[in-house]
Ligand binder design. Structure first.
Ligand code: ZN
Length: 295
């Protein structure tokens, strides 16, 4: 199925805080040349890092891109919004070492992109067609890609999570992701943390900007946030949002089926590295441009 590369029609941005630094940080989406891909640029130090899986240098708490000693952290929610809405070419400027957390979901990034106006070029979009199953696992954590027909619409995904805390427990979600499903079913799902982990993070100088305004906090079987959850299964929805963002670092839509069990940023990145490690696992399909009709 032919589709075309998309960008945005005008710059747009907002201010927020960094989850770990607690410092104010601004983000701006800038229209970029068709074919240039998604590129992050730190305006404070003048460093540019392409949004690519092999630039991932840390997956401890979020997905962090790096070149040399320079870092841009928490890229996954922005990448999810871009992939979810099908934006291929944009420059993302950020004023510090991590992207703003906003409300802990991808909804506000998706809102900004929609406000900027998403425009389609006349350049066909390449896709990565999965040709044979690829699996990574560690103990009971697993992530897989399976072949599907290249003409099958959307990105079929299935994910199971399992947490000891009864407020989360075992949750399963399966859906075929497209722009409409992303906006409605995944984008507003917020990140979450266990109250017991917050103390350790703070002691380590992390999560200084974390609050109930930008994460669901779970403690002893209860959701601490007074407003409650956006869905009963908001947790697995957020983890699927993270998968969408992490797999977007493949640099083109994946024509394959994703299946994950307890997977997180590290395994999502390992899955892409495993996919691209063997040229027999995939093929890049680049449709020929449509030639203008000759009168
Ligand atoms: Zn996340």
């Amino acid at each position: 199925m032919r589709s075309y590369r998309r960008g945005i029609s005008r710059p747009i941005g907002c201010e927020g805080i960094g989850l770990h630094s607690g410092a104010a940080v601004s983000i701006r989406f800038i229209p970029a040349e068709t074919g240039s891909g998604i590129v992050f640029h730190r305006t404070d130090i003048g460093v540019t890092i392409p949004a690519r899986y092999d630039h991932v240098v840390d997956t401890q708490l979020s997905t962090t891109l790096g070149i040399g000693e320079h870092r841009i952290g928490l890229v996954e929610h922005v990448m999810a919004a871009l992939a979810g809405l099908g934006v291929d070419d944009v420059r993302v400027e950020v004023s510090g070492p991590e992207l703003p957390i906003l409300d802990g979901s991808a909804a506000e990034f998706a809102f900004l992109l929609a406000c900027a106006g998403i425009i389609e070029s006349d350049v066909p979009r390449s896709v990565i067609h999965v040709l044979r199953p690829v699996q990574v696992f560690e103990g009971n954590v697993m992530a897989e890609l399976h072949p599907i027909s290249v003409s099958e619409p959307g990105f079929p995904m299935a994910l199971t999570i399992d947490f000891a805390d009864a407020a989360i427990g075992r949750q399963h979600l399966a859906l075929t992701m497209d722009a409409e499903k992303f906006s409605r079913e995944l984008a507003p799902a917020r990140t979450f943390t266990l109250a017991t982990e917050i103390k350790a993070l703070r002691a380590a100088g992390l999560a200084q900007g974390g609050s109930l305004a930008n994460a669901i906090v779970v403690e002893n079987g209860n959701v601490v946030n007074p407003e409650g959850l956006r869905w009963p299964d908001e947790f697995v929805r957020h983890k699927m949002l993270d998968v969408v963002g992490d797999l977007a670092l493949a640099c083109a839509p994946i024509r394959g089926r994703f299946i994950g069990e307890r997977t997180g940023h590290r395994m999502n990145n390992r899955l892409l590295r495993a996919l691209f490690a063997d040229a027999n696992n995939y093929r890049i399909i680049t449709p020929a441009p449509v030639l203008a009709a000759v009168a």
